[in-house]
Design a protein around this ligand. Sequence first.
Ligand code: GRG
Length: 298
Amino acid sequence: MKNIPENVENYLGTFSKKFDKNLVKLLPKSQQFSSKLFDAMYYVIRVGGKRLRPVFLMEISEILGVAKTYSFRTAASIEFIHCYSLVHDDLPAMDDDDLRRGSPTCHKKYDDATAILVGDAFQSLAFEILADEKTHPNPEIRCSLINELAKSSGSAGMVGGQMLDLEAEKKKLNLEEILNLQRLKTGELFRFSCLASCILSDKSDEIPIFMDFASKLGLAFQIKDDLLDVEGDEKEIGKKTKKDLGRGKETLISLLGKNNAKKKSEDLIFDAIKLLKPYGKKAEKLIDLTNFIISRKK
Ligand code: GRG
């Protein structure tokens, strides 16, 4: 395994340490606004996370020959959107969670209003980063990134998926409806991670391959997330488990059964990796990360 110290988990640990150090530098300076808001934004970043969307974006970008500064800034924008979604998702009006990434959720540590504003500020910051010419000198590329991130995270993307998820508490969904919900809520941000690398490299020929890769990756990630919710260790995962079960919500596990769901996730990862074969040795790290999506314990 070239360039991967010991195993993927170690590699991800090293990646996220370096990534977070630079991510913090993109936060606006606290002297310019409320220090409480800054502290809460900093808190959310500091409690960590696996940084999966950034690592996929940066690895695919490396394969496609994108400069690291460009891929890092774009990866930062997707992580800020992801962080905003988690902070808002944890609020009492949504999932009402006390624990995230093993630490008190933002609204528990601060308060609901601050958590709402943290999410809002992260969202604005993500687009501010993409609009800056440091992200790419070509304005058409920057515009395309902004457009795609808006679509992935908005009403026809993550926010739309979250709305369907909230509505799912009151009605039973069938498999097709669940797949659509998950594609929007979770899959869309993974789609952006893979698409953004193609946009940054200006290699539109690669888009169909990486869009196919992203849809398989996103669904496999979601199945694993559902499996962890059913059988994962609360302490290790760092958040409350068995929530969907408790609310009587249909999931891919309840509809497919645990074994079929597991098999489905393995098949998806197998097929996703097959798509990377043409990239040869250059894709070794990406293949390891793709396998990690279903081997992870949190
Ligand atoms: C509130 C607009 C809005 C959207 C919320 C992301 C989301 C939509 C809800 C989170 C609930 C959830 C558990 C979704 C399943 C997939 C998911 C996003 C899991 C968390 O992602 P990880 O495992 O988290 O990458 P870390 O903490 O590692 O960053």
